[in-house]
Design a protein around this ligand. Structure first.
Ligand code: HEM
Length: 235
């Protein structure tokens, strides 16, 4: 946190920097069929969240993802110090997914990297750190702006080979719930990122304002996401 603030201060004092999101938020169902299994009559279980991750039916959320994430081109990591813990079958199933990091590996590819502790479905203990758990297709997501918030919604996620091994049930390539991401930047940077995405290019240049604006309004960024999700669900 202190390191992130120091970095934000250093970036804010750098003239002519590129478009950057210092913070963001996500809303994510994890995997609907798994939630149904856990909360249903088979597993009779529940889930809990810790740290910077919360749950508001029907999605987990993080309102304090810490960057920075460069937008020109898209590169960097957004991380949250928090966990999702699933329990069921009277404690026989007990899986914790923690330290969620969204790593942009290329302008089109997002990797969800996590630590996993628990057992496989066959009760083999698992305690793996830095697992590239899911891979996301940024090009297949919906990009839009809400003021100074860049929204990348419906990022399709599939299980990697390492994720399949660590989670120990689903096969590689299994679809998890799509991820909705909101990034705090400036209006101009958000607009440029969308333009660049639409044109199939990366963001061309600058706008130091994006760096400065990136540190504000974390709750507001999540609020934009949740408002849009509610609108989509018609509630
Ligand atoms: C007492 C031990 C367990 C029993 C009796 C059990 C039973 C079952 C059954 C009957 C299903 C099929 C559910 C359906 O088709 O609707 C299932 C699915 C599943 N089980 Fe278990 N299970 C046990 C332990 C575990 C453990 C330790 C894990 C580890 C994570 C696990 C992970 C899963 C997953 C991921 C599914 C698929 C859920 C989905 O439909 O997406 N189970 N289990």
């Amino acid at each position: 946190m202190i390191a992130a603030l120091a970095l934000a201060a250093a970036l804010a004092s750098t003239p002519a920097a590129g478009c950057v999101a210092e913070t963001g938020a996500f809303a994510w169902g994890f995997k609907e069929s798994f939630r149904a299994y856990i909360s249903g009559s088979i597993a009779n279980g529940e889930w809990a969240t810790e740290g910077g991750i919360g749950y508001a039916t029907p999605a987990f959320f993080a309102e304090r993802l810490e960057g920075p994430l460069a937008l020109d081109p898209l590169a960097g990591t957004l991380a949250v110090d928090g966990a999702l813990r699933f329990t069921g079958h009277e404690g026989i199933l007990d899986t914790t997914i923690s330290d969620v990091r969204l790593v942009v590996e290329s302008p089109d590819t997002l990797s969800v990297v996590v630590d996993i502790r628990g057992t496989t479905q066959d009760f083999v203990p698992v305690d793996s750190v830095d697992v590239p758990f899911l891979t996301g297709d940024l090009a297949a997501a919906q990009w839009s702006a809400d003021g100074a918030t860049l929204l990348i919604e419906g990022i399709p996620l599939t299980l990697t080979a390492q994720g399949a091994e660590a989670f120990g049930t689903y096969p590689e390539g299994e679809a998890f719930d799509p991820l909705d991401l909101a990034l705090a930047t400036s209006e101009e940077c958000a607009a440029r990122a969308i333009e660049a995405r639409t044109a199939g290019e990366t963001v061309p240049l600058l706008v130091a304002a994006g760096v400065i604006a990136g540190g504000v309004a974390i709750g507001a960024v999540l609020a934009v996401l949740l408002r849009r999700r509610r609108a989509t669900m018609g509630t």
